[in-house]
Design a protein around this ligand. Structure first.
Ligand code: BZD
Length: 829
């Protein structure tokens, strides 16, 4: 069927929020107008590029109208505002989502149809902004979508990186990084606001002076100034007429040229400084779960935080209210510790610029900030050398010392019999190099600290921040992550969305708990047939992509088993590939084996400096080359590595996946959100009892998820007892065979040491992520999956039960929990 014929069945009718005739021109007319008058190009004929850019501008006009009306309303209602501070946002492509939210899809289809074009080819023109590494940035974008859909007075704040996360190419099996110049053609989704400009200071000195009351005051001056310029990105709510924005700061030189050098004839020298100022927002740091201790990174953090606090204070001052009302009118959510320097920055503004007293300023801060933790990996907990902060942000270091002095005084007072406690909770770690512990700063300076799944929050309370739980018993809470059903079902899986709307009506798009009604349909044979057809359609689409991009033919009836996420040892892509090798060995040994054909698909980037992760990518590609070309196994087994995994690729993969791999070592994955996307679209999860997998299991039902392996407590216990991977090597001959192959030239003819780092890490290195300990359970679970997949009725029932149970994992639910439990905001619905 033509898409135009069924779109109206999918979504909430438009007239509920806007009469279609509210404008006197159509989307298509406006697009043509923009092609001529904004782009300066001939609009008598259109190609893909012109149609794309014309549409973008026409859609943007409509968003801007709504956005200004919404801003006016915020002021008129004197609403409390939320500031969501994040160094990363991963919105994915905009056009399709914005059309959908604004109810313009049909008009767009009609316009493109008239010009012999289709939306599918037009969206290919769009470049995806990769302004994030993975989970944390994508979560921020899901939450922005839900906040707009719930009509919340919310603002996202971050950095307008000129270069997003690197583009990944695979050459001879190795990851090669290429720059992601996502703005090379400009982006009309981003509106520069050259008048929203703030000077940001670095380095310099602190002067002291006495005010009229004889109080010691501080004044930070000198040093270097860099300008922060606003660029706004718009986030429309789903068919509610609401549009919010994400303000991304761009670094600009304070002065165009250093005039003194310029006049002295040093032209290049004078431009150099301009370049180094602009460096601040040049590139996103590509490490996920492992902060880089570079000065430039700290500069990025302070740069965006200082500009954001200025913007917040500017808006607040317009209200003419006393300072103690700042936290009544605003709340600041810190996405990880990356923006935690906001706490001393606001203190500095209140003390040094607004001349408040310490107690008053501190009380405001503690009521304003809330902190979300996303990781418990020790190497990911951010710390900065005191020496560095002292030099770069001298006043902030003084303020951090004072926060710490007062905090530790309280701790000593209340925990007199625990002399060790103060040094454990101190904001500053001792040792040869003193460092500021950003998580401690964030905890002490916030009124709320939350984890992102039940297990993760429990681990924070029991282990990572155990001391703080006793000091601030009411401060810790859990907010299990969620994903937006607009992008992760309605947009990425049109066939299934249609089926759902046909049977349940379309309210599931904003009330995902409606999906539970699917349970009544599992026994309906016709429904199950349609369900399977939807899945097959999506799998064929993915198979076409793989054929086109990788040049490999895959069987759409094979099991599509997918692991896509950043490469990290704790996520255990290794466990997956070890199993594939053993499967390969088994098929070669029994050529007549009756087994369901399998296609194993991998995707994900490794941080450029993370050698082990890169070695694992290389191993997967080498195994793929061998397996895919072996005539004995070709019909049963395919291994595919999809290069440059990003949001767009996820939207293609998620609806086509049968088996979702969520196999991190228990206790390491804070939540995971990919796990939610797959299960929502009807994939079955093979996973460890880690992060949100546990909660997914509780909601889809034990029988509809494949949980295996050691749980978090068992991992701890085994480590305490003494874990010896050699035991598993000796006792499991299949596993031994696989490991010995890796330690030979089987996959890299002529080079027997290509993977010795991997082999050594798993054995002599002690296998820190317990891959070998979970190996047998994983293999046996895969056997069960392969067996159960063949029973199509059983499998499809399980698939339906997964979608039916996933309503809880909507980011709308998560955001509502933040509203009620942390932000105390009024949604405008
Ligand atoms: O955050 C991720 C976790 O690893 C996931 O389990 C979780 O689902 C998501 C969303 O909550 N964390 C990150 O993506 N990144 C970081 O935590 C991080 C930490 C330090 C430096 C850079 C990134």
């Amino acid at each position: 069927k033509d898409v135009k014929d069924y779109l109206h069945l999918l979504d909430k009718p438009l007239d509920e929020f806007e009469a279609p005739g509210a404008r006197n021109s159509t989307l298509g007319e406006d697009a043509l107008w923009h092609v001529l008058y904004s782009l300066g190009q001939d609009n008598t004929y259109l190609n893909k590029r012109k149609a794309y850019w014309g549409l973008v501008l026409a859609v943007r006009d409509r968003m801007l109208e709504k956005w200004t009306a919404v801003q006016r309303k915020y002021y008129a209602n004197d609403d409390k505002r939320l500031y969501y501070l994040s160094l990363e946002f991963l919105p994915g492509k905009f056009l399709r989502g914005n059309l959908l939210a604004l109810g313009l899809e049909n008009e767009a289809h009609e316009f493109l149809h008239e010009h012999d074009l289709s939306l599918d080819e037009i969206v290919d023109e769009e470049c995806e902004p990769g302004l994030g590494n993975g989970g944390l940035g994508r979560l921020a974008s899901c939450y922005m979508d839900s906040m707009a859909t719930l009509g919340l007075p919310a603002y996202g704040y971050g950095i307008r990186y000129s270069y997003g996360l690197f583009r990944q190419e695979i050459r001879n099996g190795h990851q090669v990084e290429q720059p992601d110049n996502w703005l090379h053609e400009g982006s009309h989704w981003l509106i520069p606001r050259p008048h929203n400009l703030f000077p940001i200071r670095f380095y310099g000195t602190v002067n002291e002076w006495l005010d009229d009351d004889g109080m010691l005051r501080h004044d930070w001056r000198g040093g270097d100034l860099v300008m922060a310029m606003a660029n706004d990105m718009y986030v429309p709510g789903y068919r509610n007429g609401h549009v919010n924005s994400i303000r991304l700061w761009e670094a600009r030189p304070h002065k165009e040229f250093v005039l003194s050098s310029f006049n002295a004839g040093d032209y290049i020298g004078s431009v150099q400084e301009k370049i180094s100022d602009e460096n601040i927002s040049m590139v996103l740091y590509p490490s996920d779960d492992a902060p880089e201790g570079k000065t430039l990174r700290l500069k990025q953090q302070y740069f965006f935080v200082a500009a954001t606090m200025r913007d917040m204070v500017r808006r607040f001052k317009k209200l003419n209210k006393p300072w103690d009302q700042l936290p009544e009118k605003n709340v600041v959510q810190l996405n990880e510790t990356h923006p935690a320097i906001a706490i001393p920055e606001l203190m500095r503004m209140l003390l040094d610029e607004e001349l408040l007293g310490w107690e008053e300023a501190w009380c405001i801060c503690q009521k304003l900030f809330a902190y979300t933790n996303h990781t418990i990996l020790p190497e990911a907990l951010e710390t900065w050398p005191v020496k560095l902060i002292e030099r770069l942000l001298p006043r902030h270091m003084q303020i951090i010392y004072e926060i710490n002095r007062r905090f530790l005084e309280e701790v000593r007072l209340h925990f007199r019999d625990e002399p060790e406690l103060p040094s454990r909770v101190s904001l500053i770690s001792a040792g040869p190099e003193q460092r500021v512990r950003m998580s401690h700063l964030a905890i002490v300076g916030s009124f709320s600290v939350n984890g992102v799944s039940s297990l993760h929050t429990q681990i924070l309370k029991d282990r990572v921040f155990h001391d703080f739980i006793r000091i601030f018993p009411d401060r810790f809470n859990n907010k299990t992550n969620g994903i937006t059903p607009r992008r992760w079902l309605r947009q990425c899986n049109v066939p299934l969305s249609w089926l759902l709307s046909e049977h349940l009506g379309c309210n599931w798009i904003t009330d995902l708990t409606q999906l539970k009604k699917l349970r009544e349909l599992v026994d309906d044979v016709e429904f199950r047939h349609d369900w399977e057809q939807c899945r097959l359609t999506n799998k064929k689409r993915l198979a076409d992509y793989i054929e086109k991009v990788n040049g490999i033919t895959v069987n759409p009836h094979s099991i599509f088993d997918v692991q896509v996420k950043r490469f990290h040892e704790y996520k255990r892509q290794l466990l997956n590939i070890l199993h594939i090798i053993s499967l390969y060995n088994n098929i070669r040994r029994n050529p007549d084996v009756k087994m369901q054909p399998c296609t194993f698909i991998f995707g994900g980037k490794a941080a450029p400096s993370y050698q082990m992760a890169k070695d694992i990518i290389y191993l997967i590609n080498c195994v793929a080359r061998r397996v895919n070309s072996d005539p004995h196994t070709r019909n049963f087994l395919k291994v595919i590595f999809l290069a440059n995994y990003n949001v767009s690729l996820a939207q293609l993969l998620v609806p086509a996946t049968d088996v979702s791999e969520q196999i991190s070592t228990a206790g390491y994955e804070a939540s995971g959100t990919g796990n939610m996307k797959f299960a929502l679209n009807g994939a079955l999860t093979i996973g460890t009892r880690d992060g949100a997998n546990i909660e997914i299991g509780e909601r889809v039902g034990d029988g509809n998820i494949y949980l295996f392996g050691l749980c978090e407590k068992e991992v701890l216990a085994l480590r305490r007892r003494g874990y010896d991977p050699w035991e598993f090597y000796k006792n499991d001959s299949e596993l031994r065979e696989v490991l010995d192959m890796i330690n030979s030239d089987q996959f890299t003819p002529g080079d027997s040491t290509a993977f010795s780092s991997i082999f050594n890490s798993l054995l002599t290195g002690g296998d820190p992520f317990m891959v070998l300990a979970d190996y047998r359970a994983y293999v046996e679970t895969h056997k069960r999956i392969s067996h159960e997949y063949v029973d199509r009725d059983l499998w499809i029932k399980k698939s339906i039960m997964n979608t039916a149970g996933m309503g809880y994992f909507s980011s709308d639910r998560a955001v509502k929990e933040y509203i009620d439990g942390i932000w105390s905001l009024e949604p405008d619905v």
